[in-house]
Design a protein around this ligand. Structure first.
Ligand code: G3P
Ligand code: CA
Length: 243
């Protein structure tokens, strides 16, 4: 039996509207053992799960997440863009997902989306929410903003962090250790088996994104990655069941 974590990217987003409770619940039904999600902050400081800084693509509203109060944002239809049958889907809060994860034993990979729109205090708020749910051991915090990960580690040394990157890091495990991160969240194109082995020798794991083709999933499993982030958790479940 493998311990590889099957992370559903924004939930089971290949077949359900991304970052909604239905996508998270279905992911778990489809065998995901982890969920990747994106956290941002509303105008009044509520932590909500949505990928884009702008609400337009998934709700049709031409406003920044940061500019809308939570009582309005939480009522928006976040499902119809995907299919009219999901018109009742809403943007969830981080607390809602952590509650589901707590009940189901699911690992949560929270990407802090603070690269384009600045969210002062985002790290503190996310950590407070994770601690309030007692989920410190079931969460990994990731970000393309590595200064933010340093801040997370300063505020909460007990919570794991993962460095998001596309390519261009030389000896990425060394960099990870230098900022206290326990994982490299690498684009799958940037992952070579030798690097995975070298990182493992130094206690640094790889969680790779976004992998939707079974042949590539297989390559990465053989390379020894610890987690795969996919829009189709059922594909990875099928593959892992055959091993
Ligand atoms: O966590 C991996 C992946 O989600 C990073 O890219 O753009 O899908 O948030 P993106
Ligand atoms: Ca993400």
């Amino acid at each position: 039996m493998t311990t590889l974590v099957n992370y559903a990217h924004r939930g089971a987003s290949g077949n359900y509207p991304e970052n909604t409770m239905i996508a998270f619940e279905k992911a778990i039904e489809l065998g995901a053992t982890g969920i990747e999600t994106d956290v941002q902050m509303t105008k009044d400081g509520k932590l909500v799960l949505i990928h884009d800084e702008m609400l337009r693509r998934t709700t049709g509203v031409n406003t920044l997440v940061a500019d809308m109060p939570s009582d309005e944002l939480l009522q928006l239809d976040a499902g119809s863009w995907f299919s009219p049958s999901f018109k009742d889907a809403r943007i969830p809060t981080l607390g809602q997902l952590l509650d589901l994860a707590n009940r189901t034993g699911t690992i949560i990979n929270i990407e802090l989306k603070n690269g384009i729109v600045p969210y002062p205090g985002l790290e503190q708020k996310v950590i407070e929410t994770v601690r309030a749910c007692g989920m410190e051991n079931q969460v990994i915090l990731s970000s393309f903003n590595h200064y933010s990960l340093i801040e997370c580690k300063r505020l909460a040394p007990e919570i794991r962090t993962g460095i998001l990157y596309m390519e261009g890091l030389y000896r990425p495990w060394k960099y990870a250790l230098s900022i206290g991160a326990s994982a490299l969240h690498a684009s799958h194109f940037a992952v070579l088996p030798d690097w995975v082995a070298e990182a493992a020798q130094h206690g640094v794991i790889y969680n790779v994104f976004t992998v939707n083709e079974p042949a590539e999933m297989k390559r990465l499993i053989q390379a020894g990655v610890a987690g795969i982030i996919t829009d189709y958790p059922e594909r990875l479940t099928n593959l892992l069941n055959k091993l």
